[in-house]
Design a protein around this ligand. Structure first.
Ligand SMILES: N[C@@H](CCC(=O)N[C@@H](CS)C(=O)NCC(=O)O)C(=O)O
Length: 236
């Protein structure tokens, strides 16, 4: 059995989709970031970086003690290796899947994540970071559209690279961008969105908030999301 420490964000949905795709037996543990569930000493033993998602596999690859895994890209690679699914066998395709997974983890997710932060959460009026990260997200959507104009999926066949990227493509609407302007992305987005495992991993069990409205947070909620000064505290 796998425990999934989860919040319904793009990074969380990568893993709920993957677990549904491979037919894993899992228990979803809902974490409330606004309450600081991810900052507790108990959770930081699973993910010392105090971010979501993370998993604990109680029947791990290679047997032995329960295995915690954090970083959504590492979790996808782990589950692909364990299940023997969704990472191409062909070495060229496998490298492409890993390459696009790293692209999502290093660029499409983090740059867009900063765009969400400055557009929806940070004090208003900061035009430089808003433009910087929105433009970078637009540039990355063009990169994605180029790749998907040449191939049906990022590694030619459906893989963990698509699972990592799809929830972030879905999230662009919350920062005022539309996929219609990227025809190859739109085609790919719709095809993947119709997969039963993707529907089960997202809208049915764990709906995301894709609204572009600015959330109103209390000081405590803000501190739990962005303050993070307790990270310097020792584990108890
Ligand atoms: N690179 C990490 C990013 C994880 C991440 O930033 N998760 C967000 C939720 S999507 C989070 O935990 N935010 C809480 C915070 O920043 O305190 C991954 O892909 O797992």
């Amino acid at each position: 059995m796998i425990e999934l420490y989860f919040t319904p964000t793009p990074n969380g949905h990568k893993i709920s989709i993957m677990l549904e795709e491979i037919g894993a037996v899992y228990r979803l543990i809902k974490m409330d970031m606004l309450k600081g569930d991810h900052l507790t000493a108990q959770y930081r033993r699973i993910n010392p970086n105090a971010r979501l998602p993370a998993i604990v596999d109680h029947d791990p690859i290679g047997s032995g003690l329960p295995l915690p895994v954090f970083e959504s890209g590492a979790i996808l690679l782990y589950l692909a290796e364990k299940s023997g699914q969704l990472l191409p066998v062909d070495p060229r395709r496998r490298t492409q899947a890993q390459q696009w997974l790293m692209w999502q983890m290093a660029s499409f997710g983090p740059m867009q994540g900063q765009a969400h932060h400055f557009i929806r959460y940070a004090p208003e009026g900061q035009t430089y970071p808003v433009e910087r990260y929105r433009n970078e997200t637009i540039r990355l959507l063009h990169v994605l559209n180029g790749r998907l104009s040449d191939e049906p999926y990022l590694a030619g066949e459906y893989s963990i690279a698509d699972i990592a990227t799809w929830p972030w493509a879905r999230a662009v609407r919350a920062i005022g961008l539309a996929l219609d302007e990227y025809p190859a992305v739109s085609r790919w987005f719709e095809t993947i969105g119709n997969r039963p495992a993707v529907i089960a991993g997202t809208d049915v069990k764990n709906p995301a908030n894709l609204s572009s409205a600015r959330p109103i947070l209390t000081d405590e909620q803000w501190s739990n999301l962005f303050g993070q000064n307790m990270l310097s505290a020792p584990l108890r």
